[in-house]
Design a protein around this ligand. Sequence first.
Ligand code: ATP
Length: 256
Amino acid sequence: MTVQDPPAALRLTGLSKAYGATPVVDRVDLVVPPGSFFGLVGPNGAGKTTTLSMAVGLLRPDAGRAEVFGVDVWADPARAKALLGVLPDGLAMPERLTGRELLTYLGLLRGMPPQDVARRAGELLELLELDRAEGTPVLGYSTGMRKKIGLATALLHAPRLLVLDEPLEAVDPVSAATVKGILQRFVAAGGSVVLSSHVMPVVEQLCDTVAVVAAGRVLAAGPLAQVCAGRSLEERFVALVGGRGIGEGELAWLSS
Ligand SMILES: Nc1ncnc2c1ncn2[C@@H]1O[C@H](COP(=O)(O)OP(=O)(O)OP(=O)(O)O)[C@@H](O)[C@H]1O
C-alpha cells in the first residue's frame, strides 16, 4: 500500500478460529475496497458467520487481524464500532421494547442527539414497514421483521461500513426490494457493504466484489466478473465448492 491509498473498508489478515481441533476459519485474508458492495458466499458451515463475527468484534479470533478503515477492531473496538453497522446472525435484542423504543435506546446509547434519533427512527420504521407494528414488542416480531429491525439498528448512526449476515433471509419480496434499494443508495453515497447470502442471483445483482469460502478457506475473491469468469455465480460456486449430485439409485424409495 502506498501512502496515498485509502485504507480498505475492511481488511482481514490471517483471521483464524478453531473449535477444539477443528479449524472453522483458517487464515482468511480478505480486502473489501472502500465504496464496494462485497458479497461473501459459501456452503452451509463454510465459516461465513464466524468470519464476520470476528471481523466486527463480536467473536475473538484465535489469530489474525481485522481492520475497519485502518482501525484495528480488537485493539481499538470503540473507534472501529463507531464506523460499523452490524446485522449479526441470530441477533439478540431487548425483546420487550417496540421497534421505535429499541432504535431510540440504541441511538441515545451511541450519543446521538435525541431529535436525530427520533427523525431517523421514524423514517426507517416507515420505509421498512415496521410502523404497522408500532405497539408490538420485538418479542412478537416475525423472523423477517427481526431482520428488518436489525438492519434499522445497523443503519441508524449512518456508519461507513455495513456488515450484514444474510440480511434478506426470510424478508418478503416487497421489503427485500426496499432493503436492496436502501443498500444500493448507501453504496452510491460512498458507503461500503459486506453481506453474506445463499442467494446467488441477489449477490450477482447487488455486489461488485465477491469471495467464495468453503471449509474456512477463501477459494476465490475479487471483482464479480473476474470470479465468475464468464459463468453465472451459481455455476462458478458449484464448480469451486464441488456439488455432490444425486446418484441414479439414491432415494429410489421416494418413487411412487
Ligand atoms: N460455538 C461453536 N462451537 C463449535 N462449533 C462451532 C461454533 N460456531 C460455529 N461452529 C462450527 O463452525 C463451522 C462454521 O460455522 P458458521 O456458522 O461460521 O458457518 P456459515 O458459513 O455461516 O454457515 P451457514 O451458511 O449454514 O449459516 C460449522 O461447522 C459450525 O458447526
